[in-house]
Design a protein. Structure first.
Length: 134
């Protein structure tokens, strides 16, 4: 379980390690909102290596908000994997998740991410929250 804050940063990335041989277990990360109401875009981030071969990724994402509400949904994505050079062995792949999300209360927002089929070559997974300026 990893934790990060929403405070004054414009882009918060919270990651946690997964089983690199075969990721199939739920993994949780927590965004800590310590300023109250804030708005931004959420992206799923997977740090992958060259063993990652999936053309399509199906994930279940469960969010528990600061006031204990729970949202569960499944997403399907075809991630774009572009290796910048032959010597590069791992990169981050971003999967757009939700735009214009509003965190209305201060507190912890926990996201549990579960692959619906085992994935190889994923080293870590998490959430990116890019805050929007008014």
């Amino acid at each position: 379980l990893c934790i990060a804050g929403c405070s004054n940063e414009r882009n918060i990335v919270v990651m946690t390690d997964v089983d690199i041989a075969k990721w199939e277990e739920p993994k949780s990360v927590t965004l800590k909102n310590d300023i109250g109401r804030c708005r931004g875009d959420l992206t799923i981030v997977m740090h992958i290596n060259r063993y990652f071969k999936a053309k399509e990724v199906e994930l279940e994402i469960v969010c528990r908000t600061a006031d204990s509400l729970r949202l569960s949904e499944k997403i399907v994505s075809r991630p774009t994997v572009e290796w910048p050079a032959a010597a590069v062995h791992s990169i981050d792949v971003e999967i757009p998740y939700r735009h214009n999300v509003e965190m209305r209360r201060a507190g912890d927002y926990t996201y549990t991410i579960t692959p619906l089929q085992p994935l190889q070559g994923v080293e870590s997974v998490g959430i990116s929250f890019r805050t929007k300026t008014n």
